[in-house]
Every structure is written in structure tokens, then in C-alpha cells.
Design a protein. Structure first.
Lengths: 353, 353
């Protein structure tokens, strides 16, 4: 059986035992708290883990781009939520083809997006559309409940569309805020006599929030691997982190400076908590951080001069943000302990279209 | 002839007329100032442009990883400089195979790295090794001229190695500093009776520095495309920027907020001048910046409420750092004006090994 020592670097290692524990713990929480779990697969981009999430009880999956949805559908996943405004004739044609073969739902937050859906889909095979709501995160989404209602009416008026409910990407630590927004919306929709089949929110930083509010479905993604951002948010511990970048020390210019063969093209530049001074990764089993990155080098500063690590030694780096790291590598290596179990292509890597 | 309007988004557009002008201007400077130009191809990762750089007079190319060197050699490039400490038996075997078929040079900054080279290469097909010097950038490299001399002696003592000269990644705006470092080194090497065949430095931020110092070769990379970082450093103007990310407006949640379909998985998070408040890309033809990124969305804030741009409109974004953006896409589209000329695979994308 090959081991980590047999691998070339830099490469992504996925600890499958940690993954399994992370997936089960989240599904158990969903089951106990009474919400449907629809994991966001933008984190791992692997049909293999998407299938495992569904086996464990997930209702389906979430993807962030149409290209990802196509890859997951090709791999046999048949219930996909794409919380995105799909815009443009080329994409609408692809969306229509996808809707023919799986249970698909998408979002819209403008009359223009809905108009595109309405002219593409037909009664025979309608598209399910949820309204995206900006409940405080300041990205996409309607600003008011009245706007949501108006868009729902536009959807209901189109023969090829079905109103699927309300969706938000909630503000971080803002479940109370998004719940309040949704409660007001649900009151308005009830008054208007429009049923809201599904209210979907949720993300890894707030995944342990109890259930019971208006939200019927949550879409965490990062929880499969966790990362420094999640550890910082106290969602998980360092020992839950399942994805590491295996790197080799290639230079020891000084007693305190350690240079590894993983830079921004392997670890990505995304800061923790918006603070670049917190560095770009944690050296597993230590408190050392990757202080700075160039494209192909990472620099670690030791607190005091040390002979360790030497040139040729290997370190495992817990990234700041695993979702973007998955997107940098063509394949990942599955490990259990030090044993290499398998290598998988990152099937939907680069499918930003 | 297809045009930009026929492309799906997000995608990378390369303006080949700007590329040609950028390449020629840099080669002219090298010719006039009397240094050899060895462009760093980590920026574009395209054999097509590497060959054009050589046609225009470049001495050969630079790559940052062994995997990139292999791709470029496969494409027929026969003079490659790999300024990296190559460490580990697997990589050394690959390096040996590569050295059999092209004119290759590498670097080392430690006895350990040189020992690896020495036990791998033989008299029959020796490896050319330059010493990497830390002239102030604080990354890899020996700290003193005496260390450089000691490593050169270690190289000369190995039958399978040839001392190829001195290399630095200079501190930004630090040519004077690296020149001074090298002048001291050259004096020491002269005293020791060791010829220094080549002194290589240079990078895009300081590419217009006059020649005439100890440096015989420069390795700029970004100058083929330029980007916001280079514009900030006044190396080029916005109108020289040849790489843009074509994006579609997918949401207009408010009169001032514009959301595009390019996020950190298309534009990368790298800040300009280490300052995240400067945003993550410039909207071409405007002074608007991409204020914030999530993985699949970019948010632009308009200074005043505006109907433009509408959902479905397209914007071209000049990235902060083009080298990492090239590494996010599987292919690039070559354009002239609005006409699409060709689509090329980013051949050495993801070859971080």
C-alpha cells in the first residue's frame, strides 16, 4: 500500500476518516433539528463525495455554477439546486437541457432573469425557480419582501415556471436576521395566498445553529473538509480539518525562515477574517503559519532559529479556505492515516461557466 | 468570424495586438540596454506565446515549476531556466530526464539541494546550476556572498554539475540593491578564480530600469499581459493590459450594486499593494472596481445609483494579478478588437508539481 511518503508535492490530501466523521455529524444535526441538508458541493467538486452525502441522508446537492451542475448530473446525481441567476441564451439552452434529465431548481432575483427563464421553459417540463433574498449579506437578492412577492407572481404567471420558494445566503452569524426576514416574507405570501414550498439558507459558519425557524433546508459546504476560516469561527477544531496540502521544504535561507513548494497557486491568497496578517495556512501539528506567499513559494517564519525542518522535509498545510484550493488542483489523493487509498480527478474544477 | 458576444462567461480574453506590442517593447528595451531577455512563462503558461517571445529575440524561457518545464519542453522549447530548488528523488529523476533533451539550468541555495543534484547527474550529461541569492527580497537564496562562493565550490567539485552563475529574485524597486550585492559577489568570485557565466535577475515591476550593471539576463513575466499591480507600479498603462476576464452582470440588487459571474475562482483574491480595500479588479473602460469577491460572484459598487449596467450586460475585468488568473482557467480566447481569433488550452495550468 503506498503512503504519503510516495507522493510528489505539492498535492492535496483528503483524510477520508475525518470526512466521514464530518459528514455524519452534520447529517445527524440536520436529522435531529428537523431541516433538510442539501450540501454545497462547490467545496469538494467530487461526485464521489456528493454521492456519499446523499447516501448519508442529504436531500440532494447544491452547486454554484451551471458547469458544476452538468458535471454532477453526468455523474448520476439527480437532484441539484443551483442558487444562481442563469443569464444569457447559451446558458439558458444548457439549463433547459439539464432540466430535462434531473430534478433541478434555480434562483432569480430580478424580472430580467425570470423573463429569460420564462421564454426558455415550457409547461411540459417546467423549471422550478426560487427567489433569492438579500437578508443582510449584501450580495445578490431582492431587498424587500414585497419585491420577493412580485417576482413570485411573475414566476406563477409563466406557464413554463414553478415557484419553488425562498433562498438566501445569510449574513455570517446572522440566522436570527435571516429568520426574521423570512418570517415577514412568509406572512406576506400567506396573505397573498401563495404557498412557499421551501425556505433555504445556511452555511458552514452557522451550521450548528438549532433548527425550528422558517428555514426548511440548509446548504453548508465547507463542513466536509473545514479549514482555518471555520476553525476561526469555532465551527470545528483543527483536528477536524480533512484537507491538507502536502508540501516540501525547498529552502532554509536562515535559521528562522522556511520556504515550501506551495504558494498562491496551491494555497490561494484568501485571508482569514479579512486579515492578511493571519497568514495563508497552518502547518498541521504546529502553531506555525505560512506568513507570505508568492506564486510558487510559501514562507514560514519560525519563532526562534531551528534546524527543523530541513530541506526535503514535508509539511502538511491546513489552508485558509479549502473551496478555492480544491479549484487549483486537477486531482486529490484520499488517505487514511498515512496510507494512500485512491486518487480522484476534481471533476468540476474550473467549471466557472 | 465569431466575436466576443458569442462567448459564454466568465472567460479569459487575450488581446493579441496588445500582447504583440508588449512583447516587442520589452525585447527592444533588452536589445537597446544590452541584457538577455528570458521571459518568465509562469504568467501565460502557453507554448504559443513562449515561441513568439523566442522568435522576437528572447534567449530562452523561464518557468517556475518542473511540471511547467516539462510542458514547455514537450511543446518544443529547448532552452529553459528553472530557478527553483528541485528536491526529492521523484523530482530529481524527472529533472534528469528533462536535462537529457533540452538546454536546462536550475538553481540551488543549499548544500542539501546541491547534494541531490550531485548524486543524480553525471559527467556525460551534466546539469547547469546557478546559485540563488537573497539580495533583499526575503524569500529563497543564500544570505551572503561567502555562502554563494561555498556553494559554487560544491558545484564545481561534483563531476555531474556545472556552475552556471548567480540568480536573484530582486526586491521590488531594488535593482540598485541587488546590483550592489552582485558586484560584491563578483569581486569575491574573481578573487577565488571562479568565472561567473551569467547573472540573472529582473522582473516586470523594474523592467524599464536601464542596463549596464552586473546583471546579464532578466526574467520579467507579467509584461506580456500587465495587470492592476503593474499599472499601480507605473510599469504600464491600463491601455496596455492585454488580459481581461469577460463577465456577465447576473444581479442588480440595488441601484448602486452590480453583481457579476466572476468571483475568486475566476479573478483570484490577490490584493494590489497588499491592500484589500483597493478591490479585486478594474472594470475596463471605467474607474469602477470589483469591491468584493465570493467564490462565484464579484460585487461592484457604483458611486451613484444607475440603470447601467443591466442584468445580462457584459463587462471586461482587468485582474489584479494575471499570473494567478491564468492558472484558474483551462483555456484562453485570443481576440483582436472584438473578433475571436483562437482558443488555446492553458497547457501548463495546474502544473504546480
Amino acid at each position: 500500500m503506498p503512503t504519503i511518503a510516495d507522493l510528489d508535492t505539492p498535492t492535496i490530501l483528503i483524510d477520508i476518516d475525518r470526512v466521514e466523521a464530518n459528514l455524519k455529524r452534520a447529517q445527524d444535526h440536520a436529522d435531529k433539528e428537523g431541516y433538510a441538508l442539501r450540501p454545497h458541493t462547490k467545496t469538494h467538486k467530487l461526485p464521489y463525495f456528493a454521492k456519499r452525502q446523499i447516501e448519508l441522508g442529504a436531500k440532494g446537492i447544491t452547486v454554484q455554477k451551471l458547469g458544476e451542475a452538468e458535471v454532477m448530473a453526468d455523474a448520476g446525481i439527480d437532484d441539484i439546486f443551483l442558487p444562481y441567476n442563469i443569464v444569457g441564451d447559451k446558458k439558458l439552452a444548457r439549463l433547459k437541457a439539464l432540466n430535462e434529465r434531473i430534478t433541478l431548481s434555480v434562483t432569480a432575483d430580478s424580472p430580467d432573469t425570470i423573463a429569460g427563464y420564462a421564454r426558455t421553459f415550457t409547461e411540459g417540463k417546467p423549471l422550478t425557480v426560487l427567489i433569492e433574498c438579500d437578508t443582510g449579506a449584501g450580495r445578490c437578492g431582492v431587498q424587500t419582501q414585497a419585491q420577493a412577492l412580485a417576482l413570485a407572481r411573475q414566476i406563477e404567471a409563466a406557464s413554463g415556471l414553478r415557484f419553488g420558494g425562498l433562498m438566501t445566503y445569510p449574513p455570517k452569524h446572522g440566522f436570527a436576521q435571516s429568520d426574521a426576514w423570512f418570517n415577514d416574507a412568509l406572512a406576506l405570501f400567506k396573505e397573498a395566498g401563495i404557498a412557499v414550498p421551501r425556505v433555504t439558507a445556511g452555511n458552514s459558519p452557522d451550521m450548528w445553529t438549532p433548527g425550528g425557524g422558517p428555514v426548511t433546508e440548509r446548504r453548508p459546504g465547507t463542513y466536509i473538509y473545514y479549514d482555518r476560516m471555520q476553525v476561526r469561527d469555532q465551527v470545528a477544531s483543527v483536528d477536524d480539518c480533512a484537507l491538507t496540502v502536502l508540501a516540501t521544504v525547498v529552502s532554509r535561507p536562515t535559521g528562522t525562515r522556511v520556504v515550501i513548494d506551495a504558494g498562491s497557486k496551491s494555497l490561494a491568497y484568501d485571508p482569514v477574517a479579512g486579515d492578511l496578517s493571519l497568514g495563508h495556512g497552518l502547518v498541521m501539528g504546529t502553531e506555525l503559519v505560512v506568513k507570505s506567499l508568492s506564486e510558487e513559494h510559501g514562507v514560514i517564519e519560525m519563532p526562534v532559529a531551528s534546524d527543523w525542518p530541513r530541506v526535503g522535509d514535508r509539511l502538511r498545510i491546513i489552508p485558509n479556505h479549502v473551496c478555492v484550493v480544491s479549484n487549483l488542483f486537477d486531482s486529490v489523493t484520499l488517505i487514511s492515516g498515512d496510507e494512500v487509498k485512491d486518487t480522484l480527478p476534481v471533476a468540476s474544477r474550473g467549471r466557472t461557466d
